[in-house]
Design a protein around this ligand. Structure first.
Ligand SMILES: Nc1nc2c(ncn2[C@@H]2O[C@H](COP(=O)(O)OP(=O)(O)OP(=O)(O)O)[C@@H](O)[C@H]2O)c(=O)[nH]1
Ligand SMILES: [Mg+2]
Length: 360
């Protein structure tokens, strides 16, 4: 299943507009829907090059799910209703694309008309932290009985939960608390929203705003969060996305963009989530798969099929560059560049793999 990125942010910061700009999905603004969801192909010229070599029946690129989530309002975590539902949808995504309004709001749909990324980011983070604090408190309550009974594991988890909750209550999102693996494991079932990786999207009026002080403030915020900012001219790009594909490129260049926001966004999401693409090839199918950097061969194989993880024996690996340079699998094998890797192998970006497995 594809990983998902959720557009989050204050009401009327331009999430739906950006969703349309990057996915050309044509979801109407203010249509009252809670959420829009689309699966996008991850652009990768290598998949076309492999398809040329194999002429397969099917060519399947890697995919990512983009979700447009209804906006957060200031006291949503305390108020039951639509924003609580927004938080539920946020729980379902793997990474947050935090959209920050960097254009003057002309209608009254935003809470403020002025541009102030710091205020807006703080407001959203606060909502995420209030929700998380409640979730962790619920877990603390559930642990109490076991702690009283002297259960060591529960005692440890309780200590971790208390520490994380204190951090949240003092205004530090879980992702900025420097949690170790054990502490993260203690709150895994809580699926904390402020623990999710965040990328910032500056929704600007025009490319001239790129150098503005607001954007530099947002860059500082992102840096402190070990993250980055992607600038998008939401409205203009949403208009362009409705055009004929041939006209699109021309208008993008006119806007000062070499590549679409979707490509920039996906690349940033890959960096932030630490993802790599690997391939399987053949006459039937050339396909790109996604795993995490550092995933061992059986885990990566499990992305293709769970049986391959369970019954993993070994993996035959070629480098994409070797295959393209030498022109065929046979030539790669002849040059001694095909490797046999075992369970400890970490799959690398651009690996072309054959998994040998046995489930009997
Ligand atoms: N000037 C300008 N207006 C924009 C831009 N992006 C969005 N807007 C306007 O801002 C308003 C809100 O946009 P939406 O995309 O619906 O915002 P949203 O974040 O999805 O809003 P909610 O889903 O209600 O939280 C609309 O009137 C858009 O036309 C932009 O880049 N420049
Ligand atoms: Mg919207």
């Amino acid at each position: 299943m594809s990983l998902s990125c959720g557009l989050v942010g204050l009401s009327a910061c331009g999430k739906t507009t950006i969703y349309n700009a990057v996915t050309a999905a044509g979801a109407a603004s203010y249509d009252g829907s809670e959420m829009h969801r689309v699966i996008v192909n991850v652009p990768d010229p290598r998949i076309q090059a492999l398809a040329k070599l194999y002429n397969p029946a099917k060519t399947i690129p890697a995919t990512m799910q983009v979700v447009d989530i209804q906006g957060i309002t200031a006291d949503s975590a305390a108020k039951p209703g639509h924003s609580t539902r927004s938080l539920t949808h946020i729980k379902d995504v793997d990474a947050l694309l935090h959209v920050v309004r960097c254009f003057e709001s002309v209608d009254n749909s935003s809470q403020h008309s002025s541009i102030n990324p710091e205020r807006d980011v703080e407001t959203v983070d606060l909502e995420l932290m209030i929700a998380d604090s409640q979730t962790v408190q619920n877990k603390i309550d559930r642990l109490t009985k076991k702690v009283r009974a002297g259960d060591d594991d529960a005692i440890r988890q309780m200590a971790d939960c208390n520490k994380i909750k204190d951090g949240l209550d003092q205004g530090t999102p879980a992702r900025q608390q420097g949690l170790n693996d054990r502490e993260i494991a203690s709150v895994r079932e809580c699926n904390l929203v402020s623990l999710k990786p965040v990328l910032y999207i500056a929704n600007i009026e025009s490319m001239e705003d790129v150098g503005s002080s607001h954007i530099s403030v947002l860059h500082d915020i992102a840096r402190a969060d070990n993250s980055e900012v992607i600038t998008v001219c939401g409205r203009d790009e949403a208009d362009i996305s409705q055009l004929d594909p041939t006209d699109r490129q021309e208008f993008l260049i006119e806007l000062g963009l070499q590549e679409s926001s979707m490509e920039r966004l996906l690349r940033a999401a890959y960096r932030k989530l630490g993802l790599v693409n690997f391939f399987t090839v053949g006459k039937d199918e050339v396909r790109a798969w996604t795993c995490h950097k550092g995933d061992k061969a059986p885990v990566a194989a499990g992305k293709i099929h769970t049986d391959m993880e369970r019954g993993f024996i070994r993996m035959e690996v070629m480098r994409y560059d070797d295959l393209i340079e030498l022109g065929s699998e046979a030539a790669v094998v002849k040059a001694g560049k095909q490797r046999i890797e075992g369970k400890a192998y970490e799959v690398q970006e651009g690996d072309i793999v054959v998994v040998l497995f046995n489930t009997n």
